[in-house]
Write a protein that binds this ligand. Structure first.
Ligand SMILES: C[S@@+](CC[C@H](N)C(=O)[O-])C[C@H]1O[C@@H](n2cnc3c(N)ncnc32)[C@H](O)[C@@H]1O
Length: 216
């Protein structure tokens, strides 16, 4: 297929992106690794011995960071619709994380461990129709939150990519109803022009009350 003007511009921007270049030099599979590294540095997410599930793991940048930061102890499970080139020390399930079969396989893999951290850098395939894409993305954040609430330990954490737009405020409200503390993060590697933002929920609320969340 002949490259279009916009695809050429995207490729030029991608090649010149300092985080893409850094990822290449430092052996990370994606520039997204630097988003998780920065959030982890600030919020101390990753510790040795944890059980981590990485939703939307391919090509593997976040799983790589999780494995490195945790050392040999603990467990990292990545899930993605697309295949993942194997990463040492990372378990992987290919499929839709909302699918019952995938969730059953995960349950078997976890062997009764509660999950300490759910990561979600999920993104839908972009159709180019803004309203449709926004709705698909919002469905994914919602499903990721349902998933996190089902598998997390009481003091567990949930880091999720969301986008400012029509569904954002409602989602923040749901996060605040679910977690004791909710903060928003916009790491340096997240492009300024992107409406992308990361929400971090910490500690499950025993009762849904909608109070107690802070923004920093
Ligand atoms: C932005 S990429 C993730 C990048 C990754 N965090 C990294 O650092 O390399 C988003 C991923 O979400 C995956 N995805 C979207 N919907 C999904 C679903 N329902 N189940 C599993 N993966 C999904 C896509 O296949 C895509 O690989």
């Amino acid at each position: 297929m002949k490259p279009t003007r916009s695809s050429k511009a995207w490729m030029r921007e991608h090649i010149n992106d300092p985080f893409v270049q850094k990822a290449k030099r430092e052996g990370y599979r994606s520039r997204a690794s630097y988003k998780l590294l920065e959030i982890d540095q600030r919020d101390g997410l990753l510790r040795s011995g944890m059980t981590v599930v990485d939703l939307g793991a391919t090509p593997g940048g976040w799983s790589q960071v999780a494995r490195q930061r945790m050392g040999r102890q603990g467990m990292v499970v990545g899930i993605d619709l697309l295949p993942l080139v194997p990463l040492e020390g990372v378990h992987f399930l290919q499929g839709d994380f909302t699918d019952g079969d995938v969730q059953e396989k995960l349950k078997q893999m976890l062997e009764n461990r509660r999950v300490d951290l759910v990561l979600s850098d999920l993104a839908p395939n972009i159709s180019g129709v803004a309203l449709y894409d926004q709705a698909r993305a919002a469905e994914l954040w919602d499903a990721a939150l349902d998933f996190a609430l089902a598998v997390l330990a009481p003091e567990g954490k949930f880091l999720v990519k969301a986008f400012h737009g029509a569904d954002f405020e409602g989602y923040v409200k749901r996060m605040r109803q679910s977690f004791v503390r909710v903060v928003t993060r916009k790491p340096e590697a997240s492009r300024d022009r992107s409406s992308e933002v990361y929400l971090l929920g910490q500690g499950l609320k025993p009762i849904v009350s909608g109070v107690g969340a802070v923004e920093e």
